[in-house]
Unconditional design. Structure first.
Length: 151
């Protein structure tokens, strides 16, 4: 199953926050997260992750952690799957880059997988609300959640 891409997410408590890019002659300033943002839950850790163009990173679901994802370099396709309630899973996808610079906030309990869209290295920044705990998340291979990555 696949989902059409839109800026309206049908998954409860997932939010997109438009962010400013202030262009300057020597380089740009890209806003990220402020402590007074509505979606800010708390600070635990910031990390970067990269994915090569065309490659996919498998499904992961956090049980306690809220994610705040930004894409400062390249373009990444994020696919979310909500299987918490209802007759079947709800999927939603969005591509993020500097061209549509925004923050994607994902609460605990939502599956996330992503794919590099631009050639070369694509980078995301994730601000999570507690320090990383390897036992706090579940993982699944891409094939274990039925999503049509080719549509």
């Amino acid at each position: 199953m696949s989902a059409s891409q839109s800026n309206h997410c049908p998954i409860p408590d997932v939010t997109l926050t438009p962010l400013k890019v202030i262009e300057g002659a020597q380089g740009n300033i890209m806003h990220g997260v402020r402590s007074d943002d509505e979606t800010f839950v708390g600070f635990g850790e910031v990390y970067f992750s990269t994915v090569h163009g065309g490659e996919k990173k498998p499904w992961r679901r956090h049980s306690k952690v809220t994610l705040n994802l930004l894409v400062p370099h390249g373009e990444i396709r994020f696919v979310l799957c909500d299987d918490r309630d209802g007759p079947g899973p709800v999927f939603w996808e969005i591509n993020m880059s500097l061209e549509n610079y925004q923050r994607l906030t994902i609460p605990p309990g939502i599956w996330l997988a992503f794919q590099g869209v631009s050639e070369g290295t694509n980078m995301l920044l994730d601000l999570i609300d507690s320090p990383h705990d390897p036992d706090e998340s579940d993982k699944r291979a891409l094939e274990e959640i039925p999503y049509d990555w080719d549509s």
